[in-house]
Design a binder for this molecule. Structure first.
Ligand SMILES: [Zn+2]
Length: 104
């Protein structure tokens, strides 16, 4: 992780201190500490930098691909849900329109 103050690659994830840092970690913000200038700052966790010196550059692409798959699964679930709702609606409509003629 590059330090925004001294621009060296010596910033590392730091332990969360206090309620505020625990709260912001929920939205993905984690405290970082620079070993060079000892400045402390909050950054969004970057998984491609967490893997160490041998971090693969395709990490970002994998995240995007995972999100794309997740979006597709959600869309499929929505279509399934709408389809099921439509089926139930049509079934109700069918029984509603059928009943009078069956009674008569
Ligand atoms: Zn620094």
């Amino acid at each position: 992780m590059l330090c925004p103050k001294c621009k060296t690659d010596r910033a590392h994830r730091s332990h969360r201190v206090g309620l505020a840092e625990h709260l912001v970690s929920i939205v993905g913000l984690f405290p970082y500490n620079c070993h060079d200038c000892h400045s402390r700052y909050l950054r969004f966790r970057d998984s491609s930098h967490e893997a160490g010196p041998s971090a693969n550059p395709s990490g970002e692409r994998e995240i995007v691909a995972t999100q794309r798959i997740r979006n597709r699964e959600r869309k499929q679930r929505e279509i399934l849900l709408y389809g099921l709702a439509l089926l139930v609606f049509v079934a109700i409509l069918y029984f509603l329109t059928r009943e009078p003629s069956a009674g008569a």
